[in-house]
Design a protein. Structure first.
Length: 78
């Protein structure tokens, strides 16, 4: 479809230069820009959710969780 756009002269010059540098057309460059912008509107950023362990358990009786050495020693035991 053909359409008419009123673009800032400096913006148009920069866009033409980029299109030439990328060996593509100005039309394709504008289409890609619109697609990126529209895709960003449709897919809001998802906030990652950390998994939470809800099982039972805990530390071995007598193990000091404040001691790195004690924790490492306990991890080495079978």
């Amino acid at each position: 479809m053909k359409t008419t756009l009123n673009l800032n002269d400096a913006l148009l010059a920069d866009a033409k230069a980029l299109a030439a540098k990328q060996h593509t057309s100005l039309t394709r460059l504008i289409e890609e820009g619109l697609q990126l912008r529209l895709r960003a509107q449709k897919a809001p950023e998802k906030t990652p959710v950390l998994p939470v362990y809800r099982g039972r358990g805990g530390l071995v009786r007598g193990l000091d969780p404040r001691s790195n050495k004690a924790m490492l020693d306990a991890a080495d035991e079978e």
